[in-house]
Structure formats: structure tokens, C-alpha cells
Write a protein that binds this ligand. Structure first.
Ligand code: GLV
Ligand code: MN
Ligand code: MN
Length: 416
């Protein structure tokens, strides 16, 4: 694949990174104003590539390149367009731009299957503390509980959808086709493995499971100058105790990662003892039993710390998902596609979450990882290498060709 095409993909990602809710940074949360600007631009690229474009009720932008026949099965290709606060330009966005580029590379040629390129509206879970709202809409998992979750300003998911001008009652139209061919997601690795190995790309075999919770310590606010230390029920110091325990527990179990990435103390003044303190918890492991046992231990630890300090503890689970394996036939096809592109097909698991974890239980799914220089991601300096993007694009073209039965493989493509 031409390096000029890889350069164009990178330049599109960098352009979209300028569409932000926050000047000077890339921050784009679920259905924010800057997502509207991104949709307008992505829609232009999709339309110019010959796709018919719509935004579904969950705010996913979707462009369809029709197959040769009316009832052709559908291959979904994409990733997400939302970002973490102060993000880089490539997490998620690269997979969407590669999908558009793959359709462009067909130059109007029809395949025996349709291709639907999707830019998911919400994968990171930043605005509502719940990830994957976009991909969950495709598999019918956006229910009343999810729609009524609120952000820090008290707006619900349903209201955010209405605020963006979308009709929440049409959520069923966001569902994927009933007999999908599968899902392909290209994504930066977001870690150091490929960079250390000096390898451009890898095939993902599985994505680790994860649990999210909000843990709130509730004590009593009080005067910082007049309340003796022994009379305090300080929610922030209780949370601090527990945060240390989260890190210590994670260090004890091989492969377990646990993060308390956000803490909100109230009322939040230097001269007021914190009356309540909410901490986010993110726990991940490739083995589900190890993950759930760790979460149980951390829940007990929070209760013990609360009891010892005279506080109550509210534990609110936000998201739980088992580890998911990618589909063996798709993994095989992607492996051959990478080898035909002239690169070794390394295999690795993903510690990061991806939309593929939601789609994989419902359709064959595969993921291609691209090297992330320095392993730096969720960071403004996140980057990719042009040559790696060119290899990934060439592999994508090979993947489409084999799926279309034109790949020259001895193995037959998935039955169309
Ligand atoms: C998504 O970036 C995640 O948290 O893994
Ligand atoms: Mn991310
Ligand atoms: Mn991502």
C-alpha cells in the first residue's frame, strides 16, 4: 500500500484531533459539540468514497459501501471517535480512518458483501462512567438503566442523545444486521510490546475482561480547625487508605491491573473535612475468576476501612465484562493478510478495552494492532509510524480480498 495513503490517514487523524471540547487539548466526550464537527468531516470523507451515511440514535456515524447483491451480508469495520481527556490523535480514530481508506481503495468495486464503516460515539466511558455506549447499541444492549445514567451535570444518556438532535426512540435502528459477516477493528496497541520487539503490527487473540465501579465513602463534613483528629469521620482519608490497598492488591496478583483514576471529594474546600469521597475503580485481568475475586476482595477492604473509621461505603458497579476471544477464522485470515503484506503476524492479547469486546460475542471479530512508539497512549503525544499504517492498510486490503474469495488462499473464506 502506498505510503501517500498512509500519510493521508495520519493527517486525517491529526485533523480530527483539532476538534476538541477543550482548547489546546484533544478532549471529545459522548455527543459533545466537537463530535458534531467530527461527524461533518467524517461524513464528507465517507460520502466522497461512495458510502451512504447516517448517524444512528446512539450517535454512531455509519457509512455503507454496498455489496454486489441486495441482501449481501455485512462486514463492519471501525473503532471509536470519542476520546479520553487530553488524548492523542490515534486511539480509536485511526481505526475509523483506516476503514474509510479501505473503502476508498476499492475505487467503487463491489464485493460479495457490504462494508459498513462505523465511528462509534462512545467507547471510553468518560462522560457517564460507562464505556461502549456506541457499540452496545449495535448489539441491543442499550437499556433503560443505561439511558438513565447521568453525567456530572445531571444530564442523562437519553437527554444527551436528544440534545444532539437524535431520537432515542429509534435505538432499535442502531442494531447490527441480523446475519453479520463480522467485525474488523484496527487500533494502536497503546502499550510497549510491539515497540520493544521492533514489530509493526500484531493480531489480537483476546481482550481482557474488566470491572468498573464507583466507590463512595460517606463520613461527615466538619471544620478543619476545630474538629479534633480523633473526632473526625474524614471520607477523603478513608478513600486514601483504600486507594493504597487497591494498588497493593494489584501488585500481588500476576497480570492484575487496578486503577483508581478519579477522585471527587465533597464539599471540596481546603478548610472543610471531606464529608464524602467518590473514587473510580477499574480492574482488569485475562482470567475472569482472578478479576472477580480481586473485585470481591477490594469491596471487603472498602467495607473494613469504612467500619474502622465510622464511615459508610456505597459500591456502585458501572460495568462488568468477561474476557473475550477473537474469532479463530477471522484471526487466521488476518494473520495471512499481514503475512501477505510482508510483515510477521505477531499475536498478542489486549489489556485495553475495545469495541470488539462488545461485538465479538455476536459476530466473528478480529483486531489488528499497530505499534505505538514508546507505548505512549491516552497522552497528547501518542503517535504511529507511517510505514506501520501502510502495512496495516495493505493487510486490510488482503483481508477484504480473502473474505471476497479473491485472496488465493487454500482455505475457503467464511461462507457468504
Ligand atoms: C480504553 O481505552 C480502555 O480503557 O481500555
Ligand atoms: Mn482509549
Ligand atoms: Mn481505543
Amino acid at each position: 500500500m502506498d505510503d501517500a495513503i498512509a500519510r493521508e490517514v495520519i493527517s486525517r487523524c491529526r485533523f480530527l484531533a483539532t476538534c476538541s471540547d477543550e482548547p489546546g487539548y484533544t478532549t471529545r466526550t459522548f455527543l459533545s459539540g466537537s463530535m458534531r464537527t467530527v461527524h461533518a468531516q467524517v461524513s464528507r470523507w465517507m460520502t466522497d468514497a461512495g458510502m451512504s451515511v447516517r448517524v444512528d440514535a446512539a450517535g454512531n456515524i455509519r457509512g455503507v459501501h454496498a455489496g454486489t447483491t441486495e441482501g449481501a451480508r455485512r462486514l463492519y469495520v471501525g473503532s471509536h471517535l470519542d476520546t479520553v481527556p487530553h488524548a492523542g490523535a490515534f486511539d480509536g480514530v485511526l481505526g475509523v480512518m483506516m476503514g474509510v481508506s479501505l473503502v476508498e481503495s476499492l475505487r467503487g468495486r463491489r464485493l460479495p458483501f457490504s462494508i459498513e464503516v462505523i465511528g462509534f460515539s462512545e467507547e471510553e466511558g468518560v462522560r457517564f462512567g460507562i464505556p461502549f455506549i456506541g457499540s452496545r447499541a449495535l448489539v441491543g444492549e442499550v437499556d433503560g438503566t443505561l439511558l438513565s445514567a447521568t453525567d456530572v451535570s445531571g444530564r442523562s444518556v437519553a437527554q444527551a442523545i436528544g440534545d444532539f438532535g437524535l431520537d432515542v426512540s429509534r435505538m432499535a435502528d442502531a442494531r447490527a444486521a441480523s446475519n453479520p459477516l463480522g467485525y474488523l477493528e484496527c487500533h494502536i496497541e497503546q502499550g510497549p510490546v510491539l515497540d520493544r520487539l521492533r514489530q509493526p503490527v500484531a493480531v489480537v487473540d483476546r481482550i481482557v475482561g474488566r470491572s468498573y465501579a464507583d466507590v463512595t465513602f460517606v463520613g461527615s463534613a466538619g471544620h478543619a480547625g476545630t474538629t479534633p483528629m480523633e473526632a473526625r469521620r474524614d471520607a477523603l482519608t478513608a478513600a486514601a487508605d483504600w486507594i493504597g490497598c487497591v494498588e497493593a492488591q494489584a501488585r500481588q496478583a500476576n497480570g492484575l491491573v487496578a486503577t483508581t483514576g478519579r477522585i471527587d471529594a465533597a464539599p471540596g474546600a481546603a478548610n472543610v473535612i471531606a464529608g464524602s469521597c467518590r473514587v473510580t475503580l477499574d480492574v482488569r485481568h485475562g482470567d475472569d475468576a482472578t478479576r472477580t475475586a480481586a473485585v470481591d476482595r477490594l469491596r471487603s477492604a472498602a467495607r473494613e476501612i469504612g467500619a474502622r473509621r465510622g464511615l459508610s461505603v456505597e459500591w456502585s458497579s458501572r460495568f462488568d465484562h468477561a474476557a473475550v476471544a477473537m474469532h479463530p477464522a477471522f484471526v487466521g485470515m488476518l494473520t495471512r493478510a499481514i503475512e501477505r503484506a510482508g510483515a510477521p503476524a505477531n499475536m498478542m492479547s489486549s489489556g485495553a478495552g475495545h469495541d470488539a469486546i462488545i461485538l465479538a460475542p455476536h459476530m466473528p471479530a478480529a483486531m489488528l494492532f499497530l505499534r505505538t512508539p514508546g507505548g505512549l497512549s491516552h497522552h497528547p503525544e501518542e503517535s504511529v509510524m507511517e510505514g506501520d499504517v501502510a502495512i496495516a492498510l495493505a493487510a486490510g486490503v488482503n483481508f477484504l480480498n480473502e473474505l471476497a474469495g479473491e485472496g488465493g488462499s487454500e482455505d475457503p473464506p467464511l461462507h457468504l
